[in-house]
Design a protein around this ligand. Structure first.
Ligand code: ATP
Length: 388
């Protein structure tokens, strides 16, 4: 096991593409770190530099305190798991898993012992004599993981290992990966573009965009305290709603209505005036008729017409069109573009709210909606920063 340190690691491809810029991260021994971000943000390039599959243009990579920039991949004692499984089709499961141990010239007995042990952990014992063609996608991915763990490497690097699986299997395999990592306690760096995977798997999540780190933190911390518009919009499903707003006289003026600012926001916004972007997560709205009087004063209310209701069983997603909202969506796009957040998931002309299952709001109803003002985020449109 090992710690992994990336110190101002940069990758410039020969064609001039700056895929990763001054990437700084300290991954502790035994930690499970997720790299997440939209397509092309530099996740795989970062992972490949750690593996030694890509040269590092500048900066330093240290594993276990040793500079490894120029070490060949096979000398880094790291195991990689890919989306494509990369199994040998003509070998059985046992032979696939034994392969790296044969290369390492371990004795027959030792190879058998390690393969049997890994097969047990991954529930592959009954499949050891099968060929990959006769396995399901989930089983193949477990073999790929088995091949990685038999070597007891210093670290695992995983590049979208679950992407080829269907949605249900992906959820099942997520728990397999999570339990496996906890059981083995091996330092793991895991790349995904799926924010749900990122939130549920890792000890810490690194959110990347255009080759740069946007924020690093524990999943809940990123969710509750996103540093900027990009992180706020990227984490959470459905995405945070964004609306343009202005602040004056202790109130926040939005297309949903004028909301009084509480003590917390008033002190934070003492030096802020003019345009802002307000961010509200779907679950921070509620059907106003379900709000208890004891908490009603923490929020404000407004009216809107529901144009779509999706019942999830445990709760409901209710989509509203708010009057004046179309104009404000255009305004929001402009603000987001100014803030360098052009790829911000836009709220469009809809507001999505997560209501309790007890809500009786139906499509076409004009409903009173309560918004929890303790939970709103405000962003400075000039730089996208969260000012709350
Ligand atoms: P995805 O989720 O789509 O796999 P990613 O976040 O893993 O994306 P990378 O594959 O690391 O992104 O690519 C980062 C950037 O580097 C992209 O702009 C990509 O086009 C570019 N890139 C990758 N490989 C090369 C290469 N060999 N030459 C030039 N540019 C490259």
């Amino acid at each position: 096991m090992a710690d992994i340190v990336l110190d101002k690691v940069t990758k410039a491809f020969p064609d001039g593409t700056l895929a990763v810029q001054e990437f700084n991260l300290e991954i502790a021994d035994g930690e499970f770190v997720i790299l997440v971000g939209p397509s092309g943000c530099g996740k795989s390039t970062t992972l490949n530099m750690i593996a030694g599959l890509e040269d590092i243009s500048s900066g330093e990579l240290r594993i276990d305190g040793q500079r490894v920039n120029d070490k060949a991949p096979r000398d880094r004692d790291i195991a990689m798991v890919f989306q494509s499984y990369a199994l040998y089709p003509n070998m059985t499961v046992r032979e696939n898993m034994a392969f790296p141990l044969k290369l390492a010239k371990l004795s027959r007995e030792e190879i058998d012992r390690k393969v049997d042990e890994a097969a047990k952990v991954l529930e592959l014992t009954a499949l050891l004599d099968r060929k990959p063609a006769n396995l399901s996608g989930g089983q193949r991915q477990r073999v790929a993981m088995g091949r990685a763990i038999v070597r007891s490497p210093k670290a695992f690097l995983m590049d979208e290992p679950l992407s080829n699986l269907d949605a249900k299997l992906r959820v099942q395999m997520r728990t397999v990966v999570s339990r496996l990592q906890k059981r083995l306690g091996t330092t793991t760096v895991y790349v995904t573009h799926d924010q749900t995977e990122a939130m549920t798997l890792g000890d810490r999540v690194v959110i990347m965009r255009a080759g740069a780190i946007q924020q690093v933190g524990e999943p809940q911390e990123l969710y509750d305290h996103p540093n900027n518009l990009f992180v706020a919009g990227f984490i959470g499903s459905p995405s945070m709603n964004f609306l343009p707003a202005t602040v004056s006289d202790g109130s926040l003026h939005t297309s949903l209505g004028d909301f009084p600012l509480g003590e917390r926001l008033r002190s934070r916004l003492a030096d802020v005036s003019g345009d802002l972007i307000v961010g509200i997560r779907p679950e921070h709205f509620e059907d106003a008729s379900l709000i208890e009087d004891s908490i009603r004063q923490r929020g404000a209310e407004f009216e809107a017409t529901a144009d779509l209701v999706e019942s999830m069983g445990s709760d409901k997603y209710v989509y509203f069109t708010v009057e004046g909202e179309k104009a404000s969506a255009a305004e929001l796009e402009e603000l987001a573009a100014d803030a360098g957040s052009g790829d911000l998931p836009s709220s469009g002309s809809n507001l999505v709210c997560r209501f309790s299952a007890e809500s009786r709001v139906k499509e076409g109803d004009t409903a009173r909606i309560w918004v929890n003002l303790d939970k709103i985020h405000l962003f400075d449109p000039s730089n996208g920063r969260n000012v709350t």
